[in-house]
Design a protein around this ligand. Structure first.
Ligand code: SAH
Length: 208
């Protein structure tokens, strides 16, 4: 899978290392295990999906390029919106000092907890809550990443982002389409860049 990602243009050695270090087959149901290392999104229940590896890697790379790297080239605290099965949170755990990962669906939050428990990762914190409001307790964040797309980047995320930090998220862009957006925050202001078309589940409000 790492070779495939490198062939698809992922260059960041830390990101490739993180993708190689996390076993994706731990995060999908038995019948889907044979497909775990294909570059495809897979169902994880409740109509949600584990993202395509190339998209996880692309977004992690964009986050790493954001600039706020600390010791050993690692990111500081990162907020992950939409834990799902916990796969991306674990990948980010390899790249950041702390990861706060928030999920609005109790059942998936519990599933991610069960997936991560045997791995004993100390720096990935799972939260049940509405990620539209961010997670103020962990702020300010070096990076914020979302696996669900809304109409725009919520104001709370921008507020909770550190100066010099970056948000990478899908947003609705054009009729029934989404695009990846990068938001960079500096003392001079906010810069938003729209990138390629993507296909994520919708960002929804409230806990269910
Ligand atoms: N990163 C996940 C992808 C899961 S799909 C993985 O690696 O498996 C995106 C997830 O975002 C879904 O589980 C969905 O329930 C969740 N989601 C949607 N809106 C949300 C919100 N407002 N707050 C938190 N999670 C949300």
């Amino acid at each position: 899978m790492v070779q495939l990602l490198a062939a698809e243009g992922i260059r960041d050695a830390q990101v490739l290392g993180a993708m190689g270090a996390v076993d994706r087959h731990h995060f999908v149901d038995g019948a889907l295990v044979p497909q775990a290392y294909e570059d495809t999104a897979l169902p994880i229940g409740l109509g949600q999906t584990i993202s395509k590896p190339s998209v996880v890697a692309r977004m992690a790379e964009l986050l790493m390029q954001g600039g706020l790297r600390g010791e050993g080239g690692r990111l500081g605290r990162v907020l992950d919106i939409g834990t799902g099965c916990g796969y991306q949170a674990l990948v980010l755990g390899q790249l950041a000092s702390e990861v706060y990962s928030i999920e609005r669906l109790r059942e998936l939050h519990e599933k991610a907890r069960a997936n991560l428990r045997p791995l004993r990762v100390a720096n990935v914190h799972l939260i049940l809550g509405d990620g539209m409001a961010g997670f103020a307790k962990g702020a300010p964040y070096a990076g914020i990443i979302a696996a669900a797309g809304g109409e725009a980047v919520p104001e709370a995320w921008i507020e909770q982002l550190a100066y010099g930090g970056r948000i990478v998220a899908p947003i609705v862009h054009g009729p029934s389409q989404q695009a990846l957006v990068v938001v960079d925050k500096s003392r001079q202001g906010i810069q938003q860049t729209i990138l390629e078309t993507v296909n994520f589940v919708p960002l929804k409000s409230g806990i269910a």
